[in-house]
Structures are given as C-alpha cells and as structure tokens.
Design a protein around this ligand. Structure first.
Ligand SMILES: [Zn+2]
Length: 81
C-alpha cells in the first residue's frame, strides 16, 4: 500500500514540475516577444449621406454637395436640377 502512495506522490510531483517548467517557458516566450501590441483600433465608420436624387446612401467623402443636400457620384444617377 505504501508503495502505491509513493508512486502516486511521485506522479503528482512530476506533473507539478512539468507544469512549472511549462509556465516558465511560456513566460520566457512572452517576455522575448516584447510588450504586446494593443489590438488595432477599428477606424470609426465614415458617416454616410443620402443622395437627394436617387436615395442611395454614399460615404460623405464620395458624395457631391448639392443645393438641397448631397448627391452620389454615380453617373447613372438622374440629375434633375
Ligand atoms: Zn444618386
């Protein structure tokens, strides 16, 4: 009986040592990699405006200002006025 307990204790010690070695290796890898870069921030979505001619939503930078609002740059868009 004492022999079984001894081997169980040995197994636990071996597992504990393996775990400690694994932690140390992981820590070393992380330290070697340097400080973690923060995840890249997602740029804020560009506001969209509605074309007063056809109703299509287009990014504001691509929209053409019109007297009554914005127009899309689509040549197929009907341009009345
Ligand atoms: Zn349009």
């Amino acid at each position: 009986m004492g022999k079984i307990l001894f081997w169980i204790a040995v197994a636990f010690v071996v597992l504990l040592v393996l775990r400690l070695v694994n932690f140390a290796a992981a820590k070393a890898r992380k330290a070697a990699k340097g400080p973690q870069e923060p995840p890249k921030a997602i740029p804020p979505a560009e506001p969209t405006v509605r074309c007063v001619q056809c109703g299509t939503f287009v990014p504001k930078s691509e929209a053409l200002p019109a007297p009554t609002g914005y127009r899309c740059a689509d040549p197929a868009c009907p341009r009345r006025g």
